[in-house]
Design a protein around this ligand. Structure first.
Ligand SMILES: C[S@@+](CC[C@H](N)C(=O)[O-])C[C@H]1O[C@@H](n2cnc3c(N)ncnc32)[C@H](O)[C@@H]1O
Length: 256
C-alpha cells in the first residue's frame, strides 16, 4: 500500500479543524444534504478542502459557512438546464473561485459582475446592527479583472465563468435571465438597490438571492421596506428570514 505523506496528514487535520470550527453547523448540513445528482461524501470533502485552500491563498471577505450556504443552494439545482449563478461583488476573487467550482459541479454557468476597481465614489455612512459606524471608501476591496481571472484559472473553474466589468448601473440592465442563484456582496445601499432592481425580477421561480450585507442597518431597512419592493423592484415584498439578525440573508423569488 502506498504510504501517505505529511501533506495528506496535514490536509486531513485541516479538514477536521474546519469541521470543528464555528462553521460546523453549515458543514454538517452540507454533508447530510441530498442533491438531485449524486455528490459522494469524498467529493464534498474535496470541495471543502478546495474552499480552505482558496481561503489560504486569496484574501476574501466571507466565512466558509456563508459560502457553503450558497453552495448548498446551487447544488440543490444541479443538472437543471440553463442553470445560471450570478455573483455581484468579487473583490480579489476568493468567493468567485469557490462559486465557480460549485457551479461547474452543478453543470451551470457563473456570471461575475464587478467594477474591478473597488467601491464607487459615495457619501454613504453606515452603521452595523450593533451601532458601530462603517464607511466604505472609494476603491476599497479592489481586485483587478486580470488578477481575479488568474485566481479563478488557478484555483477555480474558468470554463464556466464569465466576467462583466463596470458599475452595476451600467452592466446589470443587460443581464439576461433567468437567474437561479445570486450572491450580492456589495456593501453600499446604492449598489444593493441596483442589484435587486435588475436581478430580482429575473429570478426563475424557486430561485434565490443571497445578500451578505445583512449586518448593515440601512440595508436591513431597504430590504424590509414594502414600498421599495413594490415601487422600484415591481414585485411583492418577499419574506426574508433572519432580517435584522443574520449577516447572510436569503431572499426567495416571488411565488410563481
Ligand atoms: C466586499 S467586496 C466583495 C467581497 C467578495 N465577495 C469576497 O467575499 O471576497 C465588494 C465588491 O463590490 C464591488 N462593488 C460595490 N459596488 C459596486 C458597483 N456599484 N458596481 C460595481 N462593483 C461594485 C466592489 O468592487 C467590491 O469588489
Amino acid at each position: 500500500m502506498a504510504r501517505r505523506g505529511p501533506g495528506t496528514l496535514y490536509r486531513r487535520l485541516a479538514s477536521v479543524r474546519f469541521l470543528l470550527s464555528r462553521d460546523r453547523a453549515e458543514v454538517l448540513r452540507f454533508f447530510a444534504a441530498r442533491y438531485p445528482t449524486r455528490v459522494p461524501r469524498r467529493e464534498r470533502l474535496r470541495l471543502i478542502r478546495a474552499f480552505l485552500h482558496i481561503t489560504n491563498q486569496v484574501r476574501g471577505y466571507h466565512s466558509q459557512a456563508e459560502m457553503l450556504a450558497v453552495a448548498h443552494e446551487i447544488l440543490l439545482r444541479a443538472g437543471q438546464p440553463g442553470l445560471t449563478v450570478v455573483e455581484c461583488g468579487a473583490a480579489k476573487g476568493s468567493s468567485t473561485a469557490k462559486l465557480s467550482l460549485v457551479t461547474a459541479r452543478a453543470g451551470g454557468r457563473l456570471l461575475v459582475y464587478d467594477s474591478f476597481k473597488g467601491i464607487p465614489e459615495n457619501d454613504e455612512v453606515h452603521r452595523n446592527l450593533d451601532g458601530r459606524r462603517v464607511v466604505f471608501r472609494k476603491g476599497a476591496f479592489t481586485g483587478r479583472l486580470a488578477q481575479v481571472q488568474r485566481t479563478v484559472a488557478e484555483l477555480g473553474a474558468p470554463e464556466v465563468s464569465s466576467f462583466v466589468k463596470g458599475w452595476f448601473a451600467d452592466t446589470l440592465p443587460s443581464l439576461e435571465g433567468p437567474v437561479d442563484v445570486a450572491l450580492l456582496d456589495v456593501d453600499l445601499l446604492s449598489s444593493t438597490r441596483e442589484c435587486l432592481v435588475h436581478i430580482y425580477p429575473r429570478l426563475r421561480p424557486g430561485g434565490v438571492i443571497f445578500s451578505q450585507d445583512g449586518h448593515l442597518e440601512a440595508i436591513v431597512a431597504l430590504l424590509g421596506d414594502p414600498a421599495f419592493w413594490r415601487d422600484e423592484v415591481g414585485c411583492p415584498p418577499p419574506h426574508i428570514e433572519g432580517l435584522g439578525r443574520d449577516k447572510l440573508l436569503r431572499i426567495p423569488a416571488p411565488a410563481a
